[in-house]
Design a protein around this ligand. Structure first.
Ligand code: PAF
Length: 276
């Protein structure tokens, strides 16, 4: 496995590859969710690349950029053991050198849900992913369904800007008790970790209502709300039953629905969703 901080070296490595390249962009602190993306890419692509970059522009002021977990050595061992060919670990000042001023704003899809609570987040995500796509020129790029809005924003971006890449969204990987894998789960103390299962509980309760025929989106949102109300450590930021493509809140569910929520457990903000 090759590891590089240099864009020109990455481009040389890329030029020497023949056959399909799959890319997994990451912020490191890899968990089983990331590894499932790598495995999927390895099964579909001749070559696999990954990036590790804790992207400062997708963190708002007061968020956890400074304390975001970093474990580069362990990440590299994991990526190598799975057969990744190349890992790009750019420095922040090479990604955003002095004078940097070009941004990608996927407008309407970036404003609801996460966008309300994390202003500028998707502008940072879209911009860094566009730069990584331009750096690797992969044929496929892999992301997790756990970040459902990010997936919608990135799919829209590659369509709107004609990036020649397939965006592949892979299922959320969960702990045995349902908690979605996230690099931020390490912030939870044991009591909070226990309480954090309420996200999966709320989504599961709404899905059971849906499975038994309920199509009124308010009922599904209320169902999630009442499960969260029963957990004293949980403070919901949003509870949503939205159109999976436009992310607009639904009244009645006719086709698909994206059930999603963001919940603070202590100081830790967690998100999760079910795509039905
Ligand atoms: O999902 C993430 O880890 C990040 O948002 C991404 C896509 C690597 C961009 O920094």
């Amino acid at each position: 496995m090759r590891t590089t901080e240099s864009l020109s070296e990455l481009r040389t490595i890329r030029a020497s590859m023949q056959g399909i390249l799959g890319l997994i962009p990451t912020m490191g602190a890899l968990h089983a969710g990331h590894l499932s993306l790598v495995r999927r890419a390895c099964s579909e692509c001749r070559h696999v690349g990954a990036s590790i970059f804790v992207n400062p522009t997708q963190f708002s002021k007061g968020e956890d950029f400074g304390k975001y977990p970093r474990a580069v050595q362990k990440d590299l061992e994991l990526l190598e053991s799975l057969g990744v060919d190349v890992v790009y670990i750019p420095a922040a000042d090479s990604m955003y050198p002095p004078g940097y001023q070009t941004w990608i704003d996927v407008e309407a899809l970036s404003t609801p849900l996460e966008g309300k609570f994390r202003p500028g987040h998707f502008r940072g995500v879209a911009t860094v992913v566009a730069k990584l796509l331009n750096s690797f020129t992969p044929d496929k790029a892999y992301f997790g369904q756990k970040d459902a809005q990010q997936a919608a924003v990135l799919k829209r971006m590659v369509r709107d800007l004609n990036f020649p890449v397939d965006i592949i969204i892979c299922p959320t990987v969960r702990e045995p008790d349902g908690l979605a894998m996230s690099s931020r789960n390490v912030y939870l103390n044991p009591a909070e970790r226990q309480a954090a299962t309420v996200l999966y509980g709320a989504l599961s309760a709404a899905k059971s209502r849906y499975d038994s025929g309920e199509r009124d989106a308010d009922v599904l949102r209320d169902t999630m709300q009442s499960v969260l109300d029963a957990e004293p450590m949980a403070r919901a930021q949003y509870i949503s039953a939205a159109d999976p493509e436009t992310l607009g809140e639904l009244k009645t569910i006719n086709q698909g629905v994206l059930l999603s929520l963001a919940v603070c457990i202590g100081e830790t903000r967690l998100i999760d969703n079910f795509l039905i």
